[in-house]
Design a binder for this molecule. Sequence first.
Ligand code: DOR
Ligand code: ZN
Ligand code: ZN
Length: 429
Amino acid sequence: ETVDVSGLHLLPGAIDVHVHFRDPGYTHKEDWESGAAAAAMGGVTTVFEMPNTVPSTSTPEALFDKATIAGSKSCVDFGLYALLGEETLDRVQALADAGANAFKLYMGNTFGNLPSPSTGAMLECFEKAALTGLRVSLHAETASIMARREAALSAAGRTAPLDHILARPEVVAIEAVARAAILAEWTGARIHILHISSSGELRPLAEAKARGVDVTGETCPCYLFLDSSDYERLQGAIRVNPPVREKKDSLGILAALKAGVVDMIATDHAPHTPEEKLRPNIWDVDCGFPGVETQMPLMLTRVAAGDYSIMDYVRMSAGAPARSFGLWPTKGRIAPGAHADIACVDLSRRETIRAADLHSRSRITPFEGTETVGAPVHTLVRGAFVQRDRKLVPGMQGHGRQVTDIQRMPAPAPRNVELSLAHLTGGAP
Ligand code: DOR
Ligand code: ZN
Ligand code: ZN
């Protein structure tokens, strides 16, 4: 099978460490076939999928079952998150042994209503996770119901003071990031801050990195390219948890992403039906929207605009996620012996995002009508075409494999917080 790639750029396929493919449990929203199809169309060759399915991915059996489903339906490679919380404390190592590729811990409530551990339970969760060497990804918000309600209220055009909508959830995210970082420092756990939405979170993130905590962070296109001035125009389509905040936040996050303080771009691909998303009663609304298909075109548009370089983009979309989630060096770069996970990109291709064209079952996006420059015109997963000439290659369901090449890095020795105090005051440790 040959294809003419003259004029194209060959990038490592994107590794999206934050998707919700809803299967098993909510297959009317998405399943492993439709979610993976959206990924293939978006130049994404590996996804890490979240545990808020039914059943939740919180037992070895649920992990095995999800791996079987994904292995039969997905055309892209995948990692699976296991739920880390009070209810799984007794089986953290068993979940790792059953093939979990990372852990997810909910510090706040969101879709799926999975319980959030107390700080004490979280400390024990981190202690156990550290021994597995796997990274713990955090929904780092302690009052996300509030954030969700306020965002939805505002999106519905109802009056609510702007400082309350935008500042208060930001404060709880800052607190959550800082608390998670100190618990990680104490226990030696590796952590990852999901969906950074406010510039306030950058300070505790940068400070933790400076102290030597193994912490990484991601943001998503909506937090870079949308802000509170888009609420009125987008109405319910912008509903996401955490909410899109102010222009100063998106500018701060973009600067931090370029500087590497925010390590990577992920999508929080969170499909819901338009009906579920646009419900009139704010408390019944399912937040989030599909993103795995539109990430690369949206991010490449900013390469075309000169906001960052193509090499910056590769670091954010593939290099950093591969390194942080133990896939380095076999995924995330094109090198001898590496998997041929490749997005063949036309950097000047112009497209317009249309929800009706998306391959996700969720046909609603806040980027409806957005014009993009740059798109993956072919996608290869381990050397096989899964997308070709902007069309899904048929019959590739089941080509995807669970990432088996995770490098279980030995856990670092726990660090005593007192050492860091000495560090901060300039004294010898
Ligand atoms: O908007 C969101 N949707 N935020 C979350 O934290 C969960 C996600 C989902 O699963 O729908
Ligand atoms: Zn979340
Ligand atoms: Zn999520």
